[in-house]
Design a protein. Sequence first.
Length: 264
Amino acid sequence: MAYEQLIVDRDGPVATLRMNNPDRLNALSRTLTAELIDALEGLASDADVRAVVLTGEGRGFCAGADLGALEAPYRRGERPDLGGFLRDGYNRLIPLLTDMPKPVVAAINGVAAGAGVSLALACDFRVASEASSFSLAFVKIGLIPDSGATVLLPRTIGSARSLQLALTGDRIDAAEALRIGLVTMVVPSDALASEATSLATRLAALPTAAMGMTKRLFRETATMDLRGALEREASAQAEAGATEDHLEGVLAFLEKRPPTFPGR
Ligand code: LHQ
C-alpha cells in the first residue's frame, strides 16, 4: 500500500519503515500516525516478516506531535481534547511496537523529541547515529511525557535520570544517550542504515516465536512477583518447547551444525 508520509521497504524477512515528513523532522501528523498504525498492524500478522526497522527520512528521527496542527484551533481560542487525541492515535501506535511479536530496531538518524523519544523507547533496540539527539520536549510546551514515556523511560534508564530529562526537557546528544543507556549503540551517520539492517537481518534469522514470547514475558512479569513470574515462564516455555525453532535448535546442536530456524 502506498502511503503519503511513510515509506515501507521489504528486504527478505526485514521490513523497514521510514517516516517521511522530513520538513517537519517527521513530526507525528495524523496522517503519519495513521499510516504507522496501518503498516505495523500489517507487519505484526505477516509471518514472512521476522524483524522490523523504524527510522526517519532527512535530519530528524521524529520531532513528536505535529504542533502545526494545533495552530488553527489554538488561534481560534479552542482547546482540543488532548486525552482523546492520544487515545485515538499514539495510544494505539505505541503498543503495536512494544507488542510486535518480532524484534523492532529503531535506527535513530537525527533528533528525537517528545513522542519521538517515546517511539524510540517502544522499540526493542535503539541504534543511534552520531547526529542523533534526544529531548523530552513535552515540558517545554507545558505538557507531561506521553506515549508511554512515563513507563518506558524509567524502565530503560531509571527514574532519577528520567525525571531529570522530563522536568528539564534538556536536549542530550548521542554520546550522553549512550552513557545513560537510552540507546544501545552509536554509529557514524553514514553507517546507521547498514548497522541497523545488519542487526535486523541477524535477528530475523533467530527463533522468532521465542523472541515474541520473550518480549511478552518481559512486559507481563514487570508487574509480577517472583512466584507469578515463574508460573508465566513455565506456561511460555511449554509454548516455546512446541515450536519448530526449538526442535531445530536442539537437533542442530546435537548434530554440530548451524541451525536454520523457520521462525515458528
Ligand atoms: C515541527 C516540529 C513539530 C511541527 C520541528 N511539529 N513542526 C503533544 C501535543 C498534543 C497531544 C499529545 O501529545 C503531544 C506529545 C508531544 O510529542 S509534545 C512534544 C512535541 N514536540 C516538540 O515540542 C518539539 C518541537 N521541536 C523542537 O523543539 C525542535 O524543532 C527540535 C529540538 C526537535 C529540533 O530543533 P532544530 O534542529 O533547531 O530544528 P527546527 O526547530 O528548525 O525544526 C525544523 C523544522 O521542523 C521547522 O520548520 P520550518 O518551517 O521553520 O523549517 C520546525 O517548525 C519544524 N518542526 N518540530 N513537533
